[in-house]
Design a binder for this molecule. Structure first.
Ligand SMILES: *Cc1c(COP(=O)(O)O)cnc(C)c1O
Length: 395
């Protein structure tokens, strides 16, 4: 019996090492990694710049707590602000913690501005914001809430991307609107740009805050630094994590000065958040992602993948119902159970991630090349053929 809580249905694979877009198991078998540890290893495995940075920092200092200055944390915060809408950053160890910090910022802003009754956030059906008590309440999914007592109060869920439904949900207690610009776990559902623009305008009209959960869609994943940029809007608060550390755990809550200045000493904190190891690696990730031409590369690879997937969807319409997503955050809505396609791909040496709404997520590392995209497409083609003919074996 495993000593671990049985909270995961694990694949049975384990990996000895990785290199770029590939992982290798104990026997040396190679896997094309289009999962990136769920959108985390943004620069692939064992990226030389990240490896060098981590080794160098490991020999200097690992942890000092936030009771002291951490120059690399200041630097990472400054770089994130310079590259986004934000004026202030607070670092965390995970996505859920970044979303929690975002929720606290939204509530605190209204408290500090004489409206403590404004503490509720409007959220969307199918959303995913993490696994802490507040973030499962924000996500509102019954399967995540069941058995854990009364959900944390303060979230009002609406269905669909319907601006009138959002307007109807706003009350004198509403602090803001929380959403992912592309719903990741919920099935790679793209939020229409127009809807994001309408939400921004509505927030301005009502004096409430727009809170973006870019834990999955951020740090270049969609071909922009953050996905909301595609809609040419800015949020007031944003949660980031996953790709930010390239595999080292780090998250961040970003905010405008109007919001950030209300988080005075004592209102929030984290023992580990933004420690020297994490922020050294975070800075190294930004060295690459913010390099001129890098995001264009992501967008180009995303386009190549999307075009090839569209071809596969035509050819295998019995298997692929729809191609979704943006950049290197793609989804295949399946006709058979999505886990069947995930398994058929795994058997053919390719790793993907199932999502809600019967979708298979394709999350290649952002450094992926044309040959690897083409290999991925050929593997999906072979898996679809096998699923159609009922042949589960190797190609
Ligand atoms: C993964 C994810 C989270 C939670 O991040 P953790 O690091 O697992 O806590 C929150 N929001 C979104 C959109 C995510 O994809």
């Amino acid at each position: 019996m495993s000593a671990l809580l049985p909270t995961y249905a694990r694949s049975g694979l384990s990996f000895a090492r990785g290199e770029g877009a590939f992982l290798f198991d104990e026997s040396g078998e190679r896997y094309l990694d289009f999962s990136s540890g769920i959108a985390v290893t943004a620069l692939g495995h064992a990226h030389p710049h990240l490896v060098e940075t981590l080794k160098t920092q490991a020999e200097k200092v690992w942890h000092v707590s936030n009771l002291h200055g951490i120059p690399d944390q200041e630097r990472l915060g400054r770089r994130l602000c310079d590259a986004t809408f934000a004026d202030r950053v607070s670092f965390t160890n995970s996505g859920a913690e970044a979303v929690e910090a975002a929720i606290k910022c939204a509530r605190r802003y209204h408290f500090a501005n004489g409206a403590p009754e404004r503490y509720r956030l409007i959220t969307f059906e199918g959303a995913f914001h993490g696994r802490t008590l507040a973030t499962i309440a924000a996500g509102g999914q019954a399967k995540h809430l069941e058995g854990f007592g009364p959900p944390v109060d303060g979230f009002d869920q609406v269905t669909g991307f319907d601006i009138d439904a959002v307007k109807d949900a706003i009350t004198g207690e509403t602090a803001g609107i929380l959403l992912e610009p592309i719903m990741g776990e919920g099935g790679m559902r793209e939020v229409p740009y127009r809807f994001l623009q309408d939400l921004r305008a509505l927030c301005d009209e009502e004096g409430i805050l727009l809170v973006a959960d870019e834990v999955q869609s951020g740090v270049g994943r969609t071909g922009r630094f953050y996905a909301h940029e595609w809609a040419e809007i800015t949020p007031d608060i944003m949660a980031s994590a996953k790709g930010l550390g390239g595999g080292f755990p780090i998250g961040a809550c970003l905010a405008t000065e109007a919001v950030g200045q209300t988080m005075v000493p004592g209102t929030h904190g984290s023992t580990f958040g933004g420690n020297p190891l994490a922020v050294a690696v975070g800075n190294a990730v930004l060295d690459i992602v913010l390099e001129p031409g890098f995001l264009e590369h992501v967008a180009q690879m995303g386009l190549r993948l999307k075009q090839q997937l569209a071809g596969l969807a035509d050819e295998h319409s019995e298997i692929i119902a729809e191609v979704r997503g943006q950049g290197l955050m793609m989804g295949l809505k399946c006709k058979p159970e999505n886990t069947k396609l995930v398994a058929a791909l795994r058997e053919r040496g390719m790793l993907t991630v199932p999502a809600g709404d019967n979708v298979v997520r394709l999350l290649p590392p952002l450094i992926v090349g044309e040959d690897e995209i083409d290999l991925g497409t050929r593997t999906i083609d072979a898996a679809c053929v096998a699923l159609k003919t009922g042949d589960a074996g190797h190609v």
